[in-house]
Design a protein around this ligand. Structure first.
Ligand SMILES: Cc1cc2nc3c(=O)[nH]c(=O)nc-3n(C[C@H](O)[C@H](O)[C@H](O)COP(=O)(O)OP(=O)(O)OC[C@H]3O[C@@H](n4cnc5c(N)ncnc54)[C@H](O)[C@@H]3O)c2cc1C
Length: 225
């Protein structure tokens, strides 16, 4: 299938949705052409920084109609080239969607946006006496959205599990819908497709299952939700 190239009309449309300050066009694109994967480089035609679900939804709808490829990106610390715009088109950076919407210590759940940095999330919920275990070595810069997409883990995975063990629900734009809890415990684990590029799913907010330190960890963590 042939994809469309981005032209001035498309740019003007994106300006209407996002404002010029949330767009990189013609310059500043280089940074978004690579992640930490060795020797791979693909230049996007435009980089868009949505700040809310409606903006993501509008961009996805427009690009879908015009056959413009979209590649989601976040902190670009990935080691498998997933955030690289192989087909050009839009690099959709979720970096500016980085808010913590709610932390609920009573049910061990939080609602957050996907561009939130892993370590910032960990530090914030500790203030509520909670603990979010997935700790990739890149935690100071990688985002929870990127962690979900690549199912990241770190040293604590041995004891507590990896990202997919903690994600309860995600909201996807483009399709804007919520996945519901399943009865099957395995199905509850929201392992996200690594290639969101092709699936056009954009995780915008989700409930992360948290645990408090001291909880017996031989039990599946999903039991605490
Ligand atoms: C020094 C260093 C140490 C690392 N240590 C570890 C480690 O210990 N464990 C580990 O597992 N990994 C590690 N990594 C790899 C990397 O940090 C993780 O895979 C991390 O999850 C990537 O997150 P990111 O925000 O940088 O995502 P990006 O690299 O920007 O994107 C990664 C993937 O996620 C997709 N994506 C990002 N945001 C969204 C979204 N909102 N919706 C849909 N798709 C999205 C992108 O399209 C891409 O496919 C390390 C990397 C470095 C450079």
């Amino acid at each position: 299938m042939g994809y469309s190239k981005i032209n001035k009309k498309d740019f003007n449309h994106f300006v209407k949705i996002l404002g010029e300050e949330n767009i990189l066009y013609k310059k500043g694109l280089e940074e978004f052409s690579k992640d930490h994967t060795e020797d791979l480089k693909y230049l996007p035609e435009i980089v868009l920084f949505p700040k809310n679900t409606n903006q993501v939804s509008s961009v996805v709808k427009y690009c879908n109609n015009k056959l413009i490829p979209i590649t989601p990106s976040a902190a670009l610390t990935g080691l498998s080239g997933g955030a690289l715009p192989f087909h050009g088109g839009v690099s959709l950076s979720l970096k500016k969607m980085n808010k913590i919407i709610d932390v609920n210590p009573k049910n061990f759940q939080a609602i957050i946006e996907p561009g939130l940095i892993n370590e910032e999330f960990q530090n914030e919920i500790e203030k509520h006496g909670l603990f979010y275990p997935p700790d990739p070595a890149s935690k100071g810069s990688c985002t929870i959205g990127g962690n979900i997409s690549l199912n990241a883990g770190g040293p604590r995975a041995v004891k507590y599990g990896v990202t997919s063990n903690f994600v309860r629900r995600e909201v996807s734009a483009g399709l804007v819908r919520q996945r519901r809890r399943q009865h099957n415990k395995n199905a509850e684990r929201m392992h996200a497709p690594a290639h969101a590029t092709t699936s056009l799913l954009f995780r915008l907010a989700w409930h992360a299952c948290l645990c408090s330190r001291g909880v017996p960890t031989t039990l599946p963590l999903t039991w605490f939700c």
